[in-house]
Design a protein around this ligand. Structure first.
Ligand code: GDP
Length: 209
């Protein structure tokens, strides 16, 4: 079960860091809200065709139906790069995100989304460089994988891995539409949060990859 906890524009509004947190990052329109909703099996994140609307950090608890306590939290970070010609991750975006990404003690994993159907973007390369530099745990998810053929997808994953300087096996292809990659991503999330896979109700409905 997924439940909204808090919307923050400032670290003082962050909830207490009591459970492992999985943060979701990516350029505006990359499919972040769709992915979060697909994983949670509920419409918790707002999808929109207007890029760059979410400028708050949103926290959602996930817990098993029978349990009273949350197992972990999903954290939806604002999308970046919606300016017309974005050359760098904007100072404003960094000022907003930095206190969370750098200092959050409960941050267990940064799920970094890139679009499977287009080449790696400079801002994605910058973000991954930053995460590596600051030794934040991350994995890369290539979204909208249903938009291209399986052979194009294989090539795209190899090209993305090369540009982003990660191993091709470290990129999970994902589709909110076909559910490709759901089970693999849930496994990675549960492992990062230190939760066993057996008995997971969050991942029960996902087995199509
Ligand atoms: P966000 O801005 O990163 O939160 O992106 P959204 O989740 O709002 O998605 C942006 C657009 O991409 C919407 O029109 C979605 O319908 C579309 N989209 C998102 N995920 C997928 C996917 O897996 N497959 C396809 N074909 N379209 C997707």
């Amino acid at each position: 079960m997924a439940q909204f906890v808090a919307s923050a524009v400032d670290p003082r509004q962050f909830p207490a860091p009591t459970v492992p947190e999985i943060a979701f990052l990516g350029r505006s329109n990359v499919g972040k809200s769709s992915l979060i909703n697909a994983l949670a099996n509920a419409k918790i994140a707002k999808t929109s065709n207007t890029p760059g609307r979410t400028q708050t950090i949103n926290f959602f608890e996930l817990r098993q139906p029978a349990k009273t306590h949350a197992e972990f939290c999903f954290v939806d970070l604002p999308g970046y790069g919606y300016a017309r010609v974005p050359k760098n991750l904007s100072t404003q975006w960094w000022r907003f995100i930095d206190p969370y990404l750098k200092s959050r003690s409960s941050l267990a994993l940064c799920v970094t989304l890139v679009d499977a159907s287009i080449p790696a973007q400079k801002l994605d390369i910058q973000l991954l460089g930053w995460l590596r530099h600051h030794q934040r745990p991350y994995l890369v998810v290539a979204t909208k994988a249903d938009r291209i053929s399986p052979s194009q997808l294989r090539k795209s994953l190899a090209d993305l891995a090369c540009a982003l300087e990660v191993s091709a096996t470290d990129i999970t292809a994902f589709s909110a539409k076909s559910r490709l990659g759901h089970a693999a991503l849930w496994r990675a999330i549960r492992a990062a949060a230190g939760i066993g896979v057996a008995g997971s109700s969050h991942s029960q409905a996902v087995d199509s990859d």
